[in-house]
Design a protein around this ligand. Structure first.
Ligand code: AMP
Ligand code: GLY
Length: 416
């Protein structure tokens, strides 16, 4: 089979690494890929949001399957476009991707199907938002409705900060159209964890759990980022919690999509807040997590192609997912200044010196004979060992062999 993977992050590098192990895959392409992905397959110079370009490439190269990594093409409707052209593709349609594309859509769905989540209010006018600003108390979580590259959530400690946040979103339009509608949410306390699930329209199967570290600095300080590291499985999970999640979240999710006429196929990523062995949904994403994928796929023992086929063909009930007993830890190496401003094109050294770890590339590119930085998150170093502490040590031993100017990373990932 000829497979095209859309995206250019460490998540896509991990997906390609895993697909490459399948003897059913004869040829792999990535669009646009990065320097690490280029070592595994052909990179095509098409951006992830160039839906027409991707469709034309898939048609002209007789691609048998396209796997979509990031949310933007899904929310734009890449799956609908490919299906219209009789191209096989893995991911939800535009209507399914609304779970990530609109917070207000998701909150209404959660409420309708009685899935535990934070109390909320939504507004399309600044005046109405200001009038009810104190209603849910403080801290208050204010969210831009649409996609905002992970930056559209503000946790406001007081009325002053809340007024500033709604003003920025609705008046200044700092997130463009994404902020035309805003959602206020009650602030939840607890520990966050992510559950990624495969879905085939009728059956939902959770993968092993993972825990992401979202804040920029050690001790969970600093701004929210895309994720600075992860480990799997999460220590929070046990049989009781898994049962609770299945009954209260997964079953109503699939029933709800069916009642709403959404034929949801692909991945649903469920961001949870866990407290007292109970989970509430913070968010849904319509794609795999980054960096969660980088710790989950190395533990997966199934052929990923078989699972993807089962999702598309509606036969997921026949698949049993199997996971290695070993534990994984991923540490993200970022560019100094991330998630704010940072410099690009710094030469990366030491990649050839690492051993016993996987290095998944994110923002990297080839420049002459060198690999240089090309984004905020640059590399993921991943180890798989008998226990989390051993994996953690192995990762950090190898991190110290890699250098580039202003390299930044957290030193407390998976410190349990
Ligand atoms: P979201 O994009 O909705 O996942 O929000 C991004 C991050 O903001 C989450 O990962 C949480 O750390 C935080 N967050 C979002 N909603 C809430 C909430 N209701 N209570 C506490 N923290 C939240
Ligand atoms: N790691 C969080 C996300 O992928 O959205």
């Amino acid at each position: 089979m000829k497979v095209l993977v859309v995206g250019s992050g460490a998540r896509e590098h991990a997906i390609i690494w895993k697909l490459k192990k399948s003897n059913r895959v004869s040829k792999l392409y990535a669009a646009p890929g990065n320097a690490g992905i280029a070592n595994l397959c052909d990179c095509v110079n098409l951006k992830a949001d160039d839906l027409e370009g991707l469709k034309n490439f898939a048609l002209s190269e007789d691609i048998d399957l396209t796997v979509v990594g990031p949310e933007v093409p899904l929310v734009m409707g890449i799956v609908d476009l490919f299906k219209k052209n009789n191209l096989r593709i893995f991911g939800p349609t535009k209507s399914g991707a609304e779970f990530e594309g609109s917070k207000s859509f998701t909150k209404a769905f959660l409420e309708k199907y009685k899935i535990p989540t934070a109390k909320f209010l939504e507004f399309t006018s600044l005046e109405a938002a200001k009038e009810e600003i104190d209603l849910l108390g403080y801290p208050l979580v204010i969210k831009a409705d649409g996609l905002a590259a992970g930056k559209g959530v503000v946790i406001c400690q007081n009325r002053h900060e809340a007024l500033e946040a709604v003003h920025d979103m609705m008046d200044e339009k700092v997130f463009g159209r994404a902020g035309e509608k805003v959602v206020f949410e009650e602030f939840l306390t607890g520990i966050e964890a992510s559950v990624l699930c495969f879905v085939d329209g009728k059956t939902i199967v959770p993968m092993t759990s993972a825990q992401d570290y979202k804040k920029a600095y050690d001790g969970d300080l600093g701004l929210n980022t895309g994720g600075m590291g992860a480990y799997s499985p999460s220590v929070l999970f046990d049989e009781n919690l898994e049962k609770h999640i299945e009954e209260k979240i997964l079953k109503p999710f699939i029933k709800g999509t069916q009642c709403e006429g959404i034929d949801y196929k692909g991945i649903i990523f469920i961001g949870l807040m866990i407290k007292n062995n109970e989970a509430k949904v913070i968010e849904f994403n319509c794609r795999m997590g980054d960096p969660e994928t980088q710790v989950v796929l190395p533990r997966m023992e199934n052929d990923l192609m078989d699972v993807i086929d089962a999702c598309i063909d509606g036969t997921l009930d026949q698949i049993v997912l199997e996971w290695s007993e070993e534990k994984t830890v991923a540490v993200v190496l970022a560019s100094g200044g991330y998630p704010g401003e940072y410099e690009k094109h710094q030469v990366i050294r030491g990649l050839e010196d690492v051993d016993d770890v996987l290095v998944f590339h994110a923002g990297t590119m080839n420049q002459g004979n060198e690999i240089v930085t090309n984004g905020g998150r640059v590399l993921n170093v991943v180890a798989k060992m008998d226990n989390v502490e051993a994996a953690r040590q192995k990762v950090y031993e190898n991190v110290s062999k890699i250098q580039y100017k202003d390299m930044m990373y957290r030193s407390d990932i998976a410190k349990l």
